[in-house]
Ligand binder design. Structure first.
Ligand code: NAD
Ligand code: ADE
Length: 415
């Protein structure tokens, strides 16, 4: 079996880590049990470009239980858990991912997975999809899945340009994905990354959150919960008002730069904090990015402005400016939760990856019925994931009575 990982000797630790995550992925486990019996992915090869974590490993094992052959590479050069990669290889799944790999190796690894001959592509950020459209147009893909907001934005741009050549399911757009993973997962794990990198106290600090979408909402709420004063930066007036009514101060970039102690981007946009903001920030400011790509902090500009730069702690780099101010960047400006911590906890990845598994089955079941366009999973599958999660959490659902059903379907009776 062909593979490229850091160290196969790490497999034992990886197996334990995968087991620990699996214990909190009950919805995925239920799907895996059904897949074992029904084998809906028999004869299918899956090529996955995803963060190589213990949660992703559980997804790969569920797909294999469903009959699929699986090959995996990383969707970010800094997010791979090398012990998990080793455990998967030890279990017979080819993995091409090494934590800290160069951009060149990152793309070589994507090509290695495409060489495995995937029928279905699991992507996180659309890098494999882009390679498949720009360089590997001959690969016979029947469908794709996309995990994150930025990937879905790229796919919709491809569809608008008329170049998308197979159907893709925007898993991110399932309610049981973005309302939980993006909000609660990114909210908690981004702060976890900053804590592990810098070990600061959030209470009493001013935390600037750029972007008040699902991720920004989660980060702002969790920072507030730790006692921080939250400042939100937004370009969308509706989201900005929503932040204000949730008790956060809303400021433009220059004002936020002057007020903040910690800056966290979650916009999916480029150069959100740049020279004009770095010029205003206080000495000791900490900068982190939770968005998919490492473009949200303009680190090229910061590097040009700095007189020196040094690694202060494992995931913390210090830039000293000519006037003596020091700005600290977490995890090289890459996804802070995966670069400096372990990503979202398994409890929430459970629903995201249940959607992924069901989406792969849906693509296979749909045969040629799906157009080469961006699709969203049917609402009944979304609700089923939520129902199973609630059950696993020990919750109970109320059921409408016949009278209530009739009442909700009627218009004749008012006051
Ligand atoms: P979203 O579209 O819900 O929110 C993004 C928000 O940023 C929007 O409200 C938009 O108006 C705002 N914005 C855009 N440009 C801005 C700017 N220059 N200044 C201030 N605000 C700006 O997206 P989301 O689901 O919250 O995802 C945000 C990013 O996080 C994406 O790149 C997504 O792929 C990524 N993501 C990361 C993780 C993770 O594990 N770290 C998880 C999920 C999503
Ligand atoms: N994205 C965010 N957290 C993740 C995790 N734990 N595993 C895979 N992808 C993720």
């Amino acid at each position: 079996m062909d593979y490229d990982i850091a160290d196969l000797g790490l497999a034992e630790t990886g197996h334990r880590r995968i087991e620990w995550a699996g214990r909190r992925m009950n919805v995925l486990a239920a799907i895996r049990d059904r897949f074992e019996k029904e084998r809906p992915l028999e004869g299918i090869t899956v090529g996955a470009c995803m963060h190589v974590t213990s949660e992703t490993a559980n997804l790969m094992l569920a797909l294999r239980a469903g009959g699929a052959e699986v090959a995996l590479c990383a969707s970010n050069p800094l997010s791979t858990q090398d012990d998990v990669a080793a455990a998967l290889v030890d279990g017979g799944i080819p993995v091409f991912a090494v934590r800290g790999e160069s951009a060149e190796t990152f793309y070589e690894h994507i090509h290695s997975v495409i060489d495995a001959g995937p029928d279905i592509v699991f992507d996180d950020g659309a890098d494999m999809t882009t390679v498949l459209h720009k360089e590997r147009g001959d690969a016979p893909i029947i469908g794709g899945l996309e995990e994150t907001t930025t990937g879905v934005i790229r796919l919709r741009a491809m569809a608008a340009d008329g170049v998308l050549r197979y159907p893709v399911v925007a898993v991110n757009d399932s309610a049981t994905k973005h309302l939980f993973d993006n909000r609660h997962g990114t909210g908690q794990s981004s702060l976890d990354g900053i804590l592990r990198a810098a070990n600061i106290l959030f209470a009493g600090r001013t935390v600037v959150v750029a972007g008040y979408g699902d991720c920004g909402w989660g980060i702002a709420e969790r920072a507030k919960g730790l006692g921080a004063n939250v400042v939100v930066m937004e370009v969308d007036p509706i989201r900005a008002v929503s932040a204000a009514m949730n008790g956060h101060r809303v400021r433009d970039g220059r004002a936020a730069a002057r007020e903040g102690d910690v800056f966290i981007t979650a916009t999916g946009n480029i150069h959100v904090f740049r020279e004009e903001h770095f010029a205003e920030m206080k000495d000791g400011s900490i900068l982190a990015n939770a968005g998919h790509f490492d473009v949200e902090l303009d680190l090229g500009a910061l590097d040009r402005m700095a007189v020196s730069r040094r690694r202060l702690r494992e995931s913390l780099e210090e830039y000293t400016l000519p006037d003596g101010r020091r700005l600290l960047v977490v995890a090289e400006g890459r996804l802070v939760n995966l670069g400096a911590a372990e990503g979202h906890p398994a409890d929430v990845m459970d629903m995201s990856f249940a959607n992924q598994a069901l989406a792969a089955e849906w693509i296979v079941d749909s045969g040629d019925d799906l157009e080469p366009a961006v699709h969203v999973l049917p609402a009944d599958l979304d609700r089923e994931v939520a129902r199973l999660k609630l059950e696993a959490m020990g919750g109970g659902l109320e059921v409408l009575t016949d009278e209530q059903e009739r009442y909700l379907a009627s218009w004749q009776d008012g006051t």
